[in-house]
Design a protein. Structure first.
Lengths: 336, 336
DNA sequence: CTGAAAGCGCTTACAG
DNA sequence: CTGAAAGCGCTTACAG
């Protein structure tokens, strides 16, 4: 490091103390405006760069937040939805003079309950966990003393702060919309034993059926993935409903491809709605009517929570739901 | 910070000095094996966590690398190809006890030549710039004294280290492949004035034509995007070639959708090959024969270069090409 | 308004 | 093999 100008260098040139330089550069009281101005100008001239590390040392804060994404959510398979969320997170963090350090949690570490090195090296002041992790890993994470926030999933334990989309309500409104369009035989696509968001979306769908006095027909509930989360070939029932609620856009895409192959046209023969409004929503033909997850809002909540918890560790927010927004396209047909 | 155990705390409990603890924990010479063992056990017991910040301060290194992605490459539009690269980068960095800090460079900052705050705060020891930035911003980046590596693009200035896919060779081999399959009328899709990778791929395609004594037909060169990089409606020529080389999978996808609408079947009426092997390669029907960019290899090079330059600032690598690999699917038909 | 002193938690010579 | 001293670059009381 050659170009290493410190506050002391500036102080020496001006014949003042480094304390005064510190105050001036941080716009704190205790320096005359005149001197402050002089110092700022000289700092600029000398190409001074603030050393955030020193402040960190003093305060015991790294000003970094670790963002943990399980590797199965970070790959191509999931359309990097989570990477887009990560991007929003870093943007919000930056506006608070914080930075994100991404940690992809690989399956081996998850199984062996290995915490990321950024934890062991005190490189971060807290963790945002983005995407469902195993029960055991949740417990491991809980055991550490740093603030943490779960994003896009939650655990039955009430004492962990989490930010999730309002899956229940979104699916409920989606199903209502189908019913408004005359549909009475409505199926659901998603493995109910896979993730909590699939479950919640299912329950929202179910509530809408109940409210409208419609029977839940079990042959209309289709599996979309196996227990490891890998997508499987969707089995189309002999007896078809007039519409499907899919748990996500990618699955809707898979479903529509499958239906098309069987000569079933969407939306003419069968309507389809889904969740996420990711690339699959527009890539699919017809475009999908879907619930858009409010990524910005979720990221913003998660960041605000974690920063509040760093400042005051007694703060607690519980489970916070972020409402989605229906985006209308052409995958639903009015019938009846 | 309550649970703040330091080396000194361990030292005090054992009646030794913190120097000895430091040596023991870092497996350095100068401590008896016996004592070293004792120290390690106690550290574990006390829940000691190493403070990387202190080391950073001492050495003047943050052990972070800034990864700059222009925002236009980070959004949905580009299918987060770069976010996947970022993921590989962080993985390689972690294996070197380094961490990545992602900075999405927004268009305003790029225009105003605003350097990221992580630079001004000495939060990073170097930069990997991922994705083409403006000439002016390149100059700005060049002016800073930290090591930097350009990834997936390069500049005419020879003195900047960069890692890029071998676009020229990939397109050349792809076109050869089409010719082997009997094609003689081959088009190219991509705005030649947009990015250097589109240009290089075009030139590889052109070289293959030249080598096989095939004429370059200008009406077969189709624009895919405007000067801002936004995709445009592709204009299909009246006189069609029998095959197209597309500059990327997404554009191939757009092209195929367009052709399909016009009743032109791929690959029966027209073959298509492309670049990237991203989601669009498998989402498109038929699956695309395409060149896969070796993300791992590129990330690994970029990281190794930047770390080498941090250790020894005189190190220089120039422009390094990483070969891609053809993935064969069903978008090419043998003819003639 | 200005500054001397102490400290954040390590590591690097150097001395014993 | 072990440790006292100094220093990395700031900031926070506190004194003048």
């Amino acid at each position: 490091m050659k170009n290493n100008i410190t506050m002391r260098d500036i102080a020496d040139k001006l014949g003042v103390s480094s304390v005064t330089v510190s105050k001036a550069l941080n716009d704190k009281d205790g320096v005359s405006d005149e001197l402050k101005q002089k110092i700022k100008v000289l700092a600029e001239e000398m190409g001074y760069r603030y050393n955030a590390l020193a402040k960190s040392m003093k305060e015991g804060l790294s000003y970094n937040i670790g963002v943990i994404i399980p590797e199965r959510f970070a790959g191509m398979d999931h359309q990097s939805f989570y990477l887009n969320v990560y991007q929003s997170i870093t943007r919000v963090l930056e506006s608070h003079e914080y930075y994100g350090i991404l940690h992809i949690l690989n399956s081996k570490d998850e199984k062996q309950l290995q915490l990321p090195r950024i934890y062991h090296e005190k490189k971060v002041d807290g963790f945002i966990i983005l995407g469902q992790i195993s029960k055991e890993y949740i417990e491991k994470i809980e055991s550490i003393e740093l603030p943490k926030v779960f994003l896009d999933f939650y655990d039955e334990h009430a004492d962990i702060d989490s930010v999730v989309t309002d899956n229940f309500n979104g699916a409920y409104e989606m199903t209502n919309y189908l019913i408004q369009n005359g549909h009475r035989e409505i199926g659901y696509v998603g493995n109910l034993y896979s993730t909590s968001s699939i479950q919640d979306r299912f329950l929202g769908y179910y509530k809408s059926l109940l409210e409208h006095n419609l029977k839940l027909n079990e042959t209309y509930i289709l599996d979309d993935r196996d227990e490891h989360g890998s997508y499987i070939d969707i089995k189309i029932p002999d007896q078809m409903p007039t519409a499907f609620v899919c748990n996500c856009d990618q699955v809707a895409h898979n479903l529509i491809q499958k239906l098309t192959k069987l000569g079933i046209n969407v939306p003419d023969d069968c309507s389809v709605v889904s969740f996420d409004n990711d690339v699959y929503a527009t890539i699919t033909s017809p475009g999908l009517t879907t619930v858009e997850v409010d990524i910005e809002e979720m990221a913003s909540h998660a960041v605000n929570f974690i920063l509040a918890k760093i400042k005051d560790e007694t703060k607690s927010f519980g489970r916070v739901l972020v409402k989605g927004k229906i985006v209308y396209r052409n995958s639903v047909k009015k019938i009846g």
